[in-house]
Design a protein. Structure first.
Length: 310
C-alpha cells in the first residue's frame, strides 16, 4: 500500500498525488508497487527490497543522489498471555524532492505521523523530518524498556513467592527481548554516527539540536537496556541458585526422614529374627520393641534437628 502525505500549517494531511515535499508512506508493498516506486523515483532496486527483509540490519548508504537509511524499530506482539518484544527494519529513502518510508508491516510510529499525532512537522524539510522519525523511534525504545522493567519486576515478585517454570520462561523471554533491543540500538547508533559526518545527509544548522536530542535518546536507551540486561542476568543466576538450594533442602529433609523411619525397621527386624534361645533382651514383652523404637526415633530426630537435617 502506498499513501501520500503532506504537511500544511504544521498538520499532516493525506493527498492523492505525489509532489515535491510529499512524504510517501509504503507499507507491505506488492511486486507491482515495488516496480512502480523504482520507476517513479529512479531508485536502486536494493533500496526498495532491503527494508522488506526482516533480517536486515541498520545501515546507511547513498547512490545516485538518493540516500537509504535502514533503522531497527521496536515491535510488540502478543503470544497468548505473554508479550513478545522484538525489532523490525524500516527503510527511509531521501530523494531530491521526497522522503519515502518503506516497512514490511504497519507500525505505530508511522501511524502517529500519518494521523497527525506528532505536531509541528514539515515534510518539505527532509532532514528535519527524518530526524523527527528517529527521535520518535528512540522514544518508543525507551517506552518499551520501561514496560520490560515493570514486567521483570512483577515476574521477580512471583518468583519470590514460588519457583514456577512459567515465571522462569518469562524471564528468558524478557532477556531475549533485551538482547534484540540492545543489538538493534547499537546498530542504530552506528548509523547515526555516520549521519553525523554529513556525507550521506545534509545537516542544516537548525537541525543540530534535534540531531543531538536523537543521539541522547539513543544513548539513554542503550544504557537502560544494558542495565536491565545485567539486572536480569543477576536475577536469573540468583533464581538458579535458589532453585538449587531449595532442592538441597528437600533432599536433606528427605534423607533425615529416611534415617528416622529406618530405626523401627532395624529394631523390628532384630526382634523378629527366628533364633533359638531368644538372645534379644525383653523379647518376651511385645511392647518393648515398640517403646524402644519410639525412644530411639525421638533421639535420632533430636540429633538431626540439631544439625538442621529436619
Amino acid at each position: 500500500m502506498i499513501e501520500y502525505f503532506k504537511s500544511s500549517g504544521g498538520n499532516m494531511r493525506r493527498v492523492e498525488e505525489c509532489s515535491a515535499g510529499t512524504w510517501v508512506c509504503v507499507t507491505a508493498p506488492d511486486e507491482a508497487e515495488c516496480e512502480s516506486l523504482i520507476a517513479d523515483f529512479n531508485l536502486e532496486r536494493d533500496f526498495v527490497r532491503s527494508p522488506l527483509d526482516e533480517e536486515e540490519t541498520s545501515r546507511i548508504e547513498s547512490e545516485d543522489g538518493n540516500t537509504l537509511i535502514i533503522l531497527d524499530i521496536p515491535h510488540v506482539e502478543k503470544s497468548g498471555d505473554s508479550v513478545v518484544y522484538s525489532t523490525v527494519p524500516i527503510g527511509i529513502i531521501v530523494t531530491k524532492e521526497n522522503v519515502l518510508t518503506i516497512s514490511l508491516r504497519e507500525n505505530p510510529i508511522l501511524n502517529e505521523f500519518a494521523e497527525g499525532v506528532v505536531r509541528g512537522l514539515n515534510t518539505e524539510f527532509k532532514t528535519q523530518f527524518v530526524l523527527r522519525i528517529m527521535l520518535r523511534v528512540a522514544g518508543r525504545y525507551l517506552q518499551h524498556l520501561r514496560q520490560i522493567d515493570r514486567l521483570s519486576t512483577h515476574t521477580e515478585q512471583q518468583l519470590r513467592k514460588s519457583m514456577k517454570s512459567k515465571d522462569l520462561i518469562k524471564l528468558l523471554d524478557i532477556n531475549k527481548s533485551l538482547v534484540y533491543f540492545s543489538t538493534s540500538l547499537k546498530a542504530d547508533e552506528t548509523t547515526l554516527e555516520k549521519m553525523m559526518r554529513g556525507r550521506y545527509l545534509k545537516m542544516y544548522p537548525e537541525d543540530q539540536d534535534l540531531f543531538e536530542d536523537v543521539l541522547i535518546e539513543v544513548h539513554q536507551a542503550i544504557e537502560m537496556s544494558t542495565i536491565y540486561t545485567n539486572v536480569l542476568n543477576s536475577m536469573m543466576d540468583a533464581s538458579a541458585s535458589l532453585i538449587s538450594n531449595n532442592l538441597n533442602d528437600i533432599m536433606r529433609v528427605l534423607a533425615g526422614i529416611t534415617i528416622v523411619i529406618a530405626v523401627p525397621t532395624v529394631i523390628s527386624g532384630l526382634y523378629g529374627m527366628n533364633i533359638e534361645g531368644g538372645f534379644m533382651p525383653f523379647s518376651q514383652w511385645w511392647w518393648f520393641p515398640c517403646l524402644l523404637s519410639a525412644v530411639v526415633m525421638a533421639g535420632v530426630a533430636y540429633i538431626l534437628r540439631r544439625r538442621n537435617m529436619l
